[in-house]
Design a protein around this ligand. Structure first.
Ligand SMILES: Nc1nc2c(ncn2[C@@H]2O[C@H](COP(=O)(O)OP(=O)(O)OP(=O)(O)O)[C@@H](O)[C@H]2O)c(=O)[nH]1
Ligand SMILES: [Zn+2]
Length: 211
């Protein structure tokens, strides 16, 4: 009974609370990681590594749990009619994702704005949508566009703006080894695309030090 209620709540919210893992997937992925440790020249039987394959399998399951989340449903679960038609900006949202090329992290900040057209959304749902797309194998450009498209198509505001600034560990710890470079991507719809003043106002608000 308690369990039924829990599942029902998760369905309504559109996301799963990650407190449990798919044990059969953990076992399968862990077996591969045991082999990988051996291939890397390690001894998977030494004490410090005994539980490592299972930990890595769980970590990867967590870091890709966005595949099991419905981002549009997250927004739909908290949309309210409200007579407010100015820009709403949520800035400095931390984002952690993994590049699909190397499966290494990229992370930074995302700034999001929308201009409501009759409906607003619960503020916390915006970072939840970011996480739903970020906790997958990604490229920064697609992640930026997916967040924009989800907010635009679900909330149907007058415009959406997304700016993301990230460091990519595949560029810092290996490869070209540039530790300080930051990649910025952006995606706009509606007024943010067609109206220079609206876009400038958004860019001013995300760079302003108001608090
Ligand atoms: N556009 C884009 N490229 C990314 C992202 N994350 C990683 N990359 C790039 O994906 C590319 C993959 O290129 P490859 O030449 O196949 O891989 P590689 O030999 O490991 O390349 P290097 O990183 O230059 O050593 C690299 O240039 C990475 O910097 C991302 O989010 N967006
Ligand atoms: Zn990469």
């Amino acid at each position: 009974m308690e369990n039924d209620k829990h599942n029902h709540d998760e369905e309504a919210l559109g996301y799963q609370k990650i407190e449990s893992y798919d044990e059969s997937k953990v076992t399968a992925v862990a077996a591969h990681y045991k082999d990988i440790l051996t291939q890397l020249g390690e001894n998977p039987e030494r004490e410090g590594l005994l539980k490592t394959p299972e930990r890595v399998a769980k970590a990867l399951q967590y870091l890709t749990h966005g595949y099991d989340v419905d981002p549009a449903q997250i927004l739909r679960s908290a949309m309210f009619e409200e007579d407010y038609s100015q820009m709403v900006v949520v800035k400095d949202i931390e984002v952690f994702s993994m590049c699909e090329h190397h499966m290494l992290p990229f992370f930074g900040k995302v700034h999001i704005a929308y201009i409501p057209k009759g409906q607003i959304v619960g503020l916390s749902k915006i970072p939840r949508v970011v996480d739903a797309f970020a906790r997958r194998l990604q490229v920064q450009e697609r992640l930026t566009n997916e967040i924009r498209d989800c907010i635009q198509n679900t909330l149907q505001p007058t415009g959406v703006a997304v700016v993301m600034e990230c460091k990519h560990l595949c560029m810092a710890m290996r490869g070209v080894q540039k530790q300080n470079s930051v990649t910025t991507t952006s995606a706009f719809t509606g007024g943010f695309l067609s109206n220079d003043k609206t876009r400038a106002e958004f860019l001013r608000l995300i760079t302003a030090n108001l608090h």
